[in-house]
Ligand binder design. Structure first.
Ligand code: ADP
Ligand code: MG
Length: 580
C-alpha cells in the first residue's frame, strides 16, 4: 500500500461545502426534504399545509402553510446553519417540545437545491421573499404563513443525484412521509399534489380522529381497528391496533409516535412485536397506529440528525409499559385493566375514560365504540368505600348531594348531615386494612410497572432486612441499590396511589417502630378518592360511616339541626341572610 501523502495544511471549509456535508446526513432524497419542511410548518402552528410535488420531488417540492411566518429580518438567518428559534440553551434541549431544534435543515437543503422562501407574519403588511442567500429579501405576495420551494434537488451534487431512483419510487417515499406525518396531526388540514394532480386532501379533525386514520390507511383498517388506551406512571399509550385477521404480509402499516414525533426504535419495535407475537402466525406483521406520550425530559430526541431515533431514559420501564399495555388491549381485557387503574380517580389526574369517550363522541369506528362502551360500563363511578349498592337509611339519613367533591350532604329526620368525604374514606380504609392485617396480611396488587423509590441508605437497609413486615402490609419491595428500592406490589386498596411517598413513609415509620395501627392509618390516607359519586354510592358510604367504631374524639361528620338551619337561613340572628 502507498504511504499516505504528507499532510496538507489545515483549511476551514467554505460555508457552502460545510452545509453540503451536513446535508448528506439530513437530506437523502426528496422525501427527507418534505419531512423537514412539514416539521417546520407544524412547529409554526400551521392548521393548513399544502404540498406540491413535481417529478417525484426532484424538480419541485413546495410546502405552504398558514403558520406564524418568519420576520423579514430573520429570513436570511432561517437559511443559515445552526440558527433556530426553537431552543436557546441546554435546558431547552433536554425537554424539546418542537419537532425541529437543530437549526440546520433549511441551510442544508438550501446548499443542495435552489431554495426560495417566502413568508408573511400574521399581521404584517406584506410578504418577503428570499431566493437562496443571493440577495436580501424582496417584497412578495403571500397570505399569512410561509412557503418554502425547493427546486432541482442535488443539481450541484452529482454524486447524490446519482442515487435518486425513478420518479415513481421517489414519489412513493414522499407519500409515505406524508402519510406518517398526517397521522400525527389530525387537527391540521393537508393537501398533496403531484404533477398537478391532487393525490390526497384531508380535512382537519379532532385529535385522535379515527376518520383521519381511515383516510390514510383505508376503511378496512378502521373496520378491524381495536382501540388502545393505556395510562400509568405518567406515560400514555393510545391509538389503534388492527385485529389479527387484518395482519399484513409486510411491516408497511406500523406507525408509532413518541410525543407526536414519528420514530423508528428497536426497543419500541421489540415491545410491540412481543405483544402481538402470540396472536399472529409466523411471517405476518401487525398493523397499528400508536401514540406514546411521556415527559419530554425522559426521552432524548437528539440522537441522530434525522431525529428518527430516540433514546429513552428509563428504557426498561418504557418497554414493559408498552408491552403490557398493548398485550392487555389486544387480549380485549383493556376494560378490566382500565377499571383497575381508573377505578379510583386521582383528584389531579384527568378521568381515565375521558379520551375514549371523546373518541366515541366524535364518531369513531365500531371497535372504538365497543371498547368505549365496555369501558364505560365497567368503570361507572364507584366509591372505593362502597359495600352495598342499596342500603336502607340509617342514623346518618339519606344522601342528597356531594358538595365541592368533599362533603357528602345527607338529610336525616332532624336536619342536615355533612360528612367529610376524605376523612370518612381514610377511616373506612384504615378499618379494612386493619381487619386484613389481623386476618393475616393485606392483599397486595402488582404494579403495572414497578416503581423505584429513593430513600436514606439506613432505611433501604432496613427494608431489605424486613421483607416480611412489609409484605404483611401488602408491600412487595426489593433493594435495588444502596439507597434505592423497587416496589412491585402495593395494597390492592391503594390502587393508583402515589407509590414513592407511600413507601417512603411506611418504611420510615416501621423502622422507627411505629404501632401497626398508626402505620395503617397513614397508608389509608393514600387511598385515592373518587369524587364522581352517585347518590346510591353516597348512601352506601353513609352506612359504612355509621358502622365505624366510635368516633367521639374526632368525628368525620357533623349535623346541622333544623333549628340551626333556621338561624342560618331564616333571618333570625343572621342579618346578612337573604329574605325568604
Ligand atoms: P429548526 O427547525 O431545527 O429550527 P430549520 O433549519 O428547519 O431549523 O429552520 C430554521 C428556522 O426557520 C426555524 O427555527 C424557524 O424559526 C424558521 N422556520 C422554518 N420554517 C418555518 C415555517 N414554515 N414557518 C415559520 N418559521 C419557519
Ligand atoms: Mg426544522
Amino acid at each position: 500500500m502507498d504511504r499516505p501523502a504528507a499532510p496538507r495544511r489545515i483549511q476551514r471549509l467554505s460555508q457552502q461545502l460545510a452545509n453540503q456535508i451536513a446535508a448528506g446526513e439530513v437530506v437523502e432524497r426528496p422525501a427527507s426534504v418534505l419531512k423537514e419542511l412539514l416539521e417546520n410548518s407544524a412547529d409554526a402552528g400551521a392548521r393548513l399545509i399544502e404540498v406540491e410535488v413535481e417529478q417525484g420531488g426532484t424538480r419541485l417540492l413546495r410546502v405552504r402553510d398558514d403558520g406564524c411566518g418568519i420576520h423579514q429580518d430573520d429570513l436570511a438567518l432561517a437559511l443559515s446553519p445552526h440558527a433556530t428559534s426553537k431552543i436557546r440553551d441546554q435546558g431547552d434541549l433536554v425537554r424539546v417540545a418542537s419537532l425541529g431544534f437543530r437549526g440546520e435543515a433549511l441551510a442544508s437543503i438550501a446548499s443542495v437545491s435552489r431554495l426560495t422562501i417566502t413568508s408573511r407574519m400574521a399581521g404584517a403588511g406584506e410578504a418577503w421573499q428570499l431566493e437562496g442567500l443571493v440577495q436580501g429579501p424582496v417584497p412578495a405576495a403571500l397570505p399569512a404563513g410561509t412557503s418554502v420551494e425547493v427546486r432541482d434537488l442535488f443539481y450541484n451534487t452529482p454524486a447524490r443525484r446519482k442515487f435518486l431512483r425513478s420518479e415513481r419510487t421517489e414519489f412513493s417515499h414522499i407519500e409515505e412521509v406524508f402519510r406518517r406525518f398526517v397521522l400525527s396531526r389530525s387537527d391540521t388540514a393537508f393537501t398533496l399534489r403531484h404533477n398537478g394532480r391532487q393525490i390526497m386532501r384531508l380535512r382537519a379533525g379532532a385529535a385522535g380522529d379515527l376518520g383521519r386514520v381511515g383516510a390514510v390507511l383505508g376503511a378496512s383498517f378502521v373496520e378491524h381497528a381495536q382501540a388502545v388506551e393505556f395510562e400509568a406512571a405518567g406515560m400514555r399509550l393510545w391509538g389503534w391496533a388492527a385485529q389479527p385477521e387484518f395482519s399484513r404480509p409486510q411491516n408497511d402499516m406500523q406507525y408509532f409516535y413518541v410525543n407526536g414525533r414519528v420514530i423508528r426504535d428497536k426497543l419500541v419495535n421489540h415491545a410491540v412485536r412481543q405483544a402481538f407475537e402470540e396472536r399472529l402466525p409466523e411471517g405476518r406483521f401487525p398493523a397499528y397506529v400508536l401514540y406514546f406520550e411521556l415527559d419530554p425530559a425522559l426521552v432524548d430526541v437528539n440522537v441522530h440528525p434525522t431525529k428518527h431515533e430516540v433514546r429513552f431514559r428509563e428504557a426498561r420501564m418504557v418497554h414493559d409499559f408498552i408491552h403490557r399495555g398493548l398485550s392487555r388491549a389486544l387480549a380485549g381485557d383493556a376494560a378490566e385493566e382500565d377499571l383497575a387503574m381508573g377505578h379510583v380517580v386521582r383528584e389531579s389526574s384527568r378521568p381515565y375514560v375521558a379520551p375514549l369517550m371523546a373518541a366515541a363522541s366524535r364518531g369513531a369506528g365500531r371497535a372504538a365504540l365497543a371498547a368505549c362502551d365496555a369501558l364505560y360500563r365497567a368503570s361507572r363511578p364507584q366509591s372505593p368505600a362502597k359495600v352495598a349498592p342499596v342500603a336502607p337509611a340509617g342514623p346518618l339519613g339519606t344522601a342528597l348531594a356531594l358538595l365541592q367533591g368533599r362533603y357528602v350532604l345527607a338529610e336525616d329526620g332532624s336536619g342536615l348531615v355533612v360528612v367529610n368525604l376524605d376523612a370518612a374514606i381514610t377511616r373506612i380504609a384504615t378499618g379494612r386494612l386493619l381487619a386484613a392485617r389481623q386476618a393475616g396480611a393485606v392483599r397486595p396488587q402488582p404494579l403495572l410497572i414497578p416503581e423505584t423509590v429513593e430513600l436514606d441508605m439506613g432505611l433501604a437497609e432496613w427494608a431489605e432486612a424486613h421483607p416480611d413486615a412489609l409484605l404483611a402490609l401488602g408491600l412487595d419491595v426489593d433493594r435495588l441499590g444502596p439507597d434505592t428500592l423497587v416496589v412491585r406490589q402495593i395494597p390492592a386498596l391503594l390502587r393508583g396511589a402515589e407509590v414513592k411517598p407511600l413507601v417512603g413513609k411506611v418504611v420510615r415509620m416501621l423502622a422507627d417502630g411505629a404501632a401497626t395501627e398508626l402505620v395503617l392509618q397513614v397508608m389509608a390516607g393514600f387511598v385515592l378518592v373518587d369524587r364522581r359519586m352517585s347518590v346510591s354510592e353516597m348512601n352506601a358510604l353513609l352506612r359504612e360511616v355509621e358502622a365505624l367504631p366510635s368516633q367521639e374524639s374526632a368525628p368525620c361528620w357533623g349535623r346541622l339541626t333544623a333549628h340551626q338551619l333556621d338561624q342560618l337561613a331564616g333571618g333570625k340572628g343572621q342579618p346578612e341572610a337573604g329574605e325568604c
